[in-house]
Design a protein around this ligand. Structure first.
Ligand code: ZN
Ligand code: ZN
Length: 442
């Protein structure tokens, strides 16, 4: 009998943690922070207490068999090394709400992910973007390949999302099959990957899917028969950005999310055709160089702040931008926002492209808007997002046609539905369901 326990991330966007336990092993996925919870970056982390404080703050789950001895003892849990069965993790992608807790695991826990995710995670560590420490036991698996731990076999299945290296998983136990989507969309650079994921997972006994886009609006999913109109895609976004740059007589500033490395690469290639160089901050340049070593690299000198700069990168100074603003497109992280005070005279556009602060729920978002208004810099939202619109969520479920559907990673998972399922379960936190000879018991 396989036990599936839903620990966290069921009615919120972030921090999905599910365990699949067989007679011989325990497979868990993902391990991010729940957003909008009680943890506060203004509070100093206490050395020697970091994992346990995150658990106590409600950001990570209290689960046996995953933390190191000291943390487990403080939390009255069984440590990784004392667990009766081997525990291992799967991580779908490198967004904080899916991987933020990785640093807090016992260093020996095997954590499987795509090779691209492993590369990005290591760069995050090099650039000191992690909360605590680099987890040493990350195992990169090429997309489409499988691995086995005891009696659990997992296939790593690439999927399109706004983070490089995203995947979902097909998990086979002696009792049946479980498919987990991670986050996905059909409007990115690789809709074919998302379609292939759905095809490859047809007939799963249990499908666990995200449902982010039905969080804020009323949706009658069963009545949806056609895609939502006028959706922006990664490709039309490139066209829009190129058109804005072609018209702009000055410096264009963009604020994208730096883990969507493929978008940055495509902007470099696209803008080079109109003789604009994309100038990056040092961290973004490092991520780009890790995946696209042949791309020309221009780094804004004012953003280096001790970050390692990739070899061969050309440093661009503030004076360079002021002297020849129409020759450049500047990627500027919100952390370096005050650079705008000096660059303001030559800036024609500020394009917000899914970077931080992400949206109006973040208090910094309003501050960003107020400051741009005060500076007289025109703001434009060129956001796209990484989540399938409701019609496409339904398409995913309809195509896979699982016996049982569990929607989560959504504020209103009950809105995710399909006629191509036999049963839908909306588990409560901590609930275990059983998988036995292909049948599910809630
Ligand atoms: Zn994501
Ligand atoms: Zn997510």
């Amino acid at each position: 009998m396989t036990k599936i326990t839903f620990y966290k991330g069921l009615r919120v966007i972030g921090g999905t943690v599910v365990a699949v336990e067989t007679d011989r092993a325990v497979c868990l996925f993902d391990f991010g922070f729940t957003v909008a919870d009680r943890a506060d970056e203004s509070i100093r982390l206490r050395p020697g207490h970091i994992p346990q404080d995150y658990v106590r703050a409600g950001m990570l789950p209290a689960v046996d068999g995953i933390y190191e001895e000291g943390a487990a003892a403080d939390l009255n849990l069984v440590s990784y090394h004392d667990a009766a069965k081997p525990h291992f993790f799967l991580l779908s992608h490198m967004h904080i709400d899916h991987m933020g807790g990785l640093d807090m695991l016992d260093p020996d826990v095997p954590v499987y992910m795509t090779e691209e995710s492993r590369t990005l995670y290591h760069r995050l560590a090099v650039q000191q973007e992690l909360t605590y420490r680099e987890h040493p036991n990350c195992i990169g698996i090429p997309g489409g390949e499988s691995f086995t731990v005891e009696d659990i076999t997992v296939r790593v299945q690439p999927i399109d999302h706004d983070c490089i290296g995203a995947c979902g998983f097909w998990i086979q136990t002696p009792d049946g099959s479980i498919c987990y989507t991670g986050d996905y969309r059909f409007h990115g650079y690789h809709p074919d990957r998302t379609t292939a994921f759905a095809q490859a997972c047809r007939g799963a006994d249990l499908l666990i899917t995200e449902g982010v886009t039905v969080s804020s609006e009323d949706v009658d999913m069963l009545s949806l028969t056609a895609p939502e109109p006028d959706i922006r895609t990664e490709y039309t976004l490139l066209d829009e950005t190129a058109a804005i740059c072609a018209e702009a007589g000055g410096l264009v500033v963009i604020n994208p999310y730096n883990r969507n490395v493929e978008r940055v690469h495509n902007l470099v290639v696209r803008l080079a055709k109109q003789n604009r160089r994309l100038v990056l901050d040092a961290v973004q340049a490092d991520y780009l160089a890790a995946f696209y070593p042949l791309d020309p690299l221009y780094v804004y000198a004012e953003t280096v702040h001790g970050h390692p700069v990739p070899q061969g990168a050309v440093l661009i100074s503030r004076q360079d931008l002021l002297r020849s603003p129409a020759s450049y497109l500047l990627q500027l992280d919100y952390k370096d926002f005050y650079e705008l005070f000096d660059l303001q005279p030559v800036i024609t556009n500020y394009l917000h492209m899914d970077g931080s602060p992400l949206g109006s729920y973040d208090p910094s978002y309003r501050k960003m808007r107020l400051q741009l208004d005060a500076l007289g810099i025109p703001f434009r939202n060129l956001g796209l997002g990484g989540h399938a619109r409701p019609y496409y969520l339904k398409l995913m479920v309809d195509t896979i046609a699982p016996q049982v559907l569990v929607p989560l990673h959504s504020q209103r998972p009950e809105q995710v539905n399909s006629r191509n399922i036999q049963q839908r379960i909306l588990p409560r936190e901590g609930q275990t369901i059983l998988l036995n000879q292909g049948g599910i018991q809630a």
